[in-house]
Design a protein around this ligand. Structure first.
Ligand code: IPD
Ligand code: CA
Length: 349
């Protein structure tokens, strides 16, 4: 029996890709219009002040809802047989199960970086992906204030602003540093789990300790200091991933986000030649995932992601780009704490 992926021809995929790009542009314009309204009305008269979901940093605006409704309607009209998972529709439901099946499924975040949006900080975007057989085959990310449109389709490459005059994402990005994580730019997110680290609960303390180890001078932390060039949080997991695909981040390490935050970005990253695996060092990883043994595959809904930028082979032929990416994965696992994000029905390493 043929898989769902086989049932979508390259021609159809190209149509879907073009449709997704236009949808991303239209949704981006809605985000800009919403931002304009927020600015002109000021906090007082704002009809769309944010609402808190899980806690005071997990917020949603009316624009998130409006953009998701627009995208959902457009997809339903054009592809009535396709499934849809959108952040706001999902959040309104009771289940926290992973709902993506092998069927063609659109995975959408209408606004990633909502906190940035409410502050007018430009790192926010819409994220639209189509998954088939659990794999993202089309990904579109549009950051309208930055006028950056990232797009990819399976087998068609990854692009910035659909333009050949701007760099093809991933193409021509040099080898990863021999001394990695030294000389690397490390992307991460503080996330929404803000439980007091003093209590020993929650992920905030584990993240901070990991950031510090990655940043610290090499002799620190029992010779584990990573001495990365810098630690950066864009405030949008989706933009972090797009920037990793572009090679602006060498490493992105994150736990706690969801499939709508990463589906389009993973499509982009993989098309550009990047690597994705789990953020948590697997138990006994030195034995199971040592040099030459690859890295574990992850589920899109696993909530733990470690991504490495595209890389070319070493000039002296000593290492392929892929080998260097796996080497960097192991260097990160040596230095980070295991995070605690569980999900019904999803096996997390
Ligand atoms: C969040 C952002 C944030 C990440 C969270 C996401 P939202 O998405 O991407 O950077 O740390 O895990 O949920 O709420 O802005 O769409
Ligand atoms: Ca969102």
């Amino acid at each position: 029996m043929s898989s769902s992926a086989d049932s979508i021809s390259d021609g159809e995929l190209e149509d879907i890709y073009r449709f997704a790009i236009q949808l991303g542009r239209d949704a981006g314009q809605m985000l800009l219009d919403g931002l304009q309204r927020r600015r002109s009305l000021g906090a007082e008269g704002m009809p769309e002040a944010q609402v808190e979901k899980l806690n005071a940093v997990d917020i949603v605006t009316q624009t998130d809802h409006d953009v998701e409704a627009f995208i959902h309607k457009s997809i339903r009209e054009r592809y009535p047989t396709h499934e849809f998972v959108g952040e706001e529709t999902y959040s309104a439901g009771a289940t926290r199960d992973y709902l993506v099946t092998d069927r063609p499924t659109w995975i959408v975040d209408p606004l990633d970086g909502t906190v940035n949006y409410t502050h007018g900080f430009p790192m926010f975007c819409v994220s639209i992906a189509l998954c088939v057989d659990q794999r993202p085959v089309v990904g579109v990310i549009y950051a309208p204030l930055l006028q950056q449109l990232f797009s990819a389709r399976r087998g068609g490459g990854a692009w910035l602003n659909e333009s050949t005059s701007l760099p093809l994402l991933g193409g021509g990005i040099g080898p990863l540093p021999r001394e990695a994580p030294r000389k690397c730019l490390f992307g991460c997110e503080w996330g929404k789990d803000r439980r007091d680290p003093e209590t020993g609960e929650g992920n905030l303390g584990r993240k901070i300790e990991s950031f510090v180890t990655m940043a610290m001078e090499p002799r620190g932390k029992g010779e584990r200091g990573g001495m990365v060039h810098g630690v950066r949080s864009l405030g949008s997991a989706t933009m972090d991933l797009a920037y990793t695909a572009m090679g602006a981040f060498d490493i992105w390490w994150e736990g706690g986000c969801w499939e709508w935050d990463v589906a389009a970005g993973i499509c982009l990253l993989q098309e550009a030649g990047g690597l994705v695996t789990t953020a948590n060092p697997p138990v006994n990883w030195e034995e199971r995932w040592g040099p030459g043994q690859g890295v574990p595959e992850i589920s899109l809904g696993g909530r733990l992601y470690l991504c490495i930028r595209p890389a070319v082979d070493a000039v002296d032929g000593s290492e392929t780009g892929r080998q260097s990416q796996e080497r960097v994965v192991r260097e990160v696992w040596k230095r980070v704490k295991r995070l605690d994000y569980s999900r019904p029905g999803v096996e997390v390493s």
